[in-house]
Design a protein around this ligand. Sequence first.
Ligand code: GTB
Length: 217
Amino acid sequence: MNPTITAFESSPDRGRGLARDMRVRWALEEAGQPYEVRLVSFSAMKEPAHLALHPFGQIPTYEEGDLVLFESGAIVLHIAEHHAGLLPDEANARARAIAWMFAAVNTVETPILDLQTAKFAEGNKPWAEQRLPIVMDRIRDRLKQLSARLGDTDWLDGAFSAGDLMMVGVLLRLKASGLLDECPNVAAYVARGETRPAFKRAFAAQLAVFTGQPLTS
Ligand code: GTB
């Protein structure tokens, strides 16, 4: 039986691929694993039926037989561990790819989330104008560090892995900010991820939810 994931019934990003089901869809597409999607409204996410799957009442979730998972990183790791192509076979390389997955959500995504908070949740506070440049500079620091490590390579550590999938998934959120353009090799890295056929299929699938158009293959 195919796994089932949850996604926004009506995503605030209007199908720009910024909600976190995108990473999970992308991993499933890379793995060649067909999947079902259950769309949930904001109110349904806070109902007991969804809270039984996700203690924080969010998307995405992942159901496969008896297994229920939440947290996009954990879901992508599970998919990567059970399918070829997203994690290297060699033990040390595999451990490093998983380290990049953690770096994506724990080290790079955190200041990016601060930027969203500073702009949208705290934008009307009297101190918002002072805070915004501080938060932006924290992101700049991370991007410069990532840029230095990436150098002129295509991916973070050898072949494309779940580490790159998570990192590109996190960095996508910066596209509208202009910050990516300050590090051209990081911008090119994100663009490289977006040109992968699996990314395109995942993107089209989540966009189709917003536009209401059926997917054509
Ligand atoms: N750490 C968790 C994970 O990685 O899975 C975070 C999950 C999470 O934040 N889910 C969000 C959610 O369900 C959707 S992705 N929010 C509803 C709630 O908390 O009530 C976050 C998101 C939302 C909207 C946009 N956007 O509009 O651009 C982008 C990302």
